[in-house]
Design a protein around this ligand. Sequence first.
Ligand code: NAD
Ligand code: TYD
Length: 357
Amino acid sequence: MAILVTGGGGFIGANFVLDWLSHSDEPVINLDALTYAGNLENLAALRGDTRHVFVKGDICDAALVGRLFAEYRPRAVVHFAAESHVDRSIHGPGAFMRTNVEGTFSLLEQARAFWGTLPAAVRAQFRFHHVSTDEVYGSLGPTDAAFTEEHPYQPNSPYSASKAASDHLVRAWHHTYGLPVLTTNCSNNYGPYHFPEKLIPLMIVNALAGEPLPIYGDGMNVRDWLYVRDHCSGIRTVLERGRVGETYNIGGWNEIPNRDIVQTVCSLLDELRPSPAGPYGHLITHVTDRPGHDRRYAIDARKIERELGWRPTETFPSGIRKTVRWYLDNPDWVAHVQSGAYREWVDRQYSAASDPT
Ligand code: NAD
Ligand code: TYD
């Protein structure tokens, strides 16, 4: 028995692989193209561990994926591989269409071909678990009810449109071909190994470097924040007990405006690593807003609790404290991911965005 994980070199995928192998000896075949967001250092703890088979490759490479299915005969696929950053999708949507839409299509086809060869009893147990986002549901007003699984799809960014497309493909492969799929739509994750182009890790690494903390627009955009290890346990729960063909929202019950997130990071750093230059809050700067910036996401995660008994264990204060500590304790990881390509992105994204007026 084994599972095939795609994108297991990225932020959530790597946390998932580490979490999986800390709970089970079932091997993980980890297929990752190692784009700018993939990093084998995330998996350094598994060096020499024969339960982890890393394969560098693209989910769009049908021949490679077909060979992996034939060789390892996984009982499940957990599909994380994606282009995941909204700002990058605004600058260059093509890569999002290729990996998130074509890649998911190609993976579904390879999974379907393999699944079709299995004996009936094994076929019934096979699962294709698609990891998606709450961003497919669009943007909420301040008093709107949180997203349930029945909320209409209203994606607003190239990223969320590409994820919405992939969710629809997964749904269709179940309805048309009977492929036993599960989809989870989760909120904004945070925690260890988060690439510092996303809000929380960017604020931590910029503050420590004495660089500006760029808040888009008025900073009152709201996200629901989910500690990544809670997300991993949510996925394990759905994979184990979720009803085939269903989607489950996974959220942290932590709706927080960006401004408060950045303030919290600054306060924790003031406590844990005070700067001789004074409180980190002085580095906060409001910059030009993201085009089409969704105002509010909120997840109603009652279905997964009701049906499967899952709830997150971290509160935001406990999770963010662990996260900040992790970045303070792992300066080498931070230094290594801030490569030339990373600097190029930061220069490109923030050089023109310095003044909202
Ligand atoms: P990430 O960008 O950190 O990692 C993505 C991984 O996929 C990287 O390791 C990358 O190398 C790999 N990859 C990209 N293109 C590939 C390809 N063509 N073939 C093989 N591998 C490829 O992303 P993440 O934050 O870990 O997100 C993982 C999944 O969870 C994504 O599907 C994302 O849409 C979803 N999600 C993320 C969040 C979040 O807050 N980060 C929230 C909701 C849903
Ligand atoms: P991000 O981490 O990119 O996740 P997403 O866009 O998928 O929600 O951004 C989280 C929020 O933080 C979002 O409202 C945009 C905002 N943001 C900033 O204000 N400044 C930044 O430099 C970044 C990267 C994000």
